[in-house]
Unconditional design. Structure first.
Length: 83
C-alpha cells in the first residue's frame, strides 16, 4: 500500500508542475487561443487527474481498512486455536 501512496504523491507533484508550466505558457501567450486551450485542455486534464487521485486515495483507504480488519480477525483466530 505504501507504493500506491508514493505513486499518488508523485502524480500530485507532476500535476502541480503541469499546472505551473501551463500557467507560464498562458501568461506569455495572452490571447484567445491560450484561453481556449486552458479551458478545453489544461482544465480538463487537471480535473481528471484530481478526480483520479481522490478515487485512488479512497480505494486505498478502503483496502487499508480491510487489511486491518483481516489482521484483527487473524489474531482472534490464532488466540482461539491456542485455547
Amino acid at each position: 500500500m505504501d507504493r500506491i501512496k508514493i505513486c499518488l504523491d508523485d502524480l500530485h507533484n507532476d500535476v502541480q508542475t503541469f499546472n505551473r508550466n501551463n500557467q507560464v505558457l498562458v501568461d506569455n501567450w495572452q490571447d484567445r487561443k491560450a484561453e481556449h486551450f486552458s479551458d478545453t485542455c489544461i482544465t480538463v486534464v487537471n480535473g481528471n487527474c484530481q478526480e483520479f487521485m481522490q478515487t485512488v486515495e479512497q480505494v486505498r483507504a478502503g483496502i487499508n481498512s480491510s487489511v486491518e480488519q483481516l489482521k484483527a480477525m487473524e489474531q482472534e483466530l490464532s488466540k482461539e486455536m491456542k485455547e
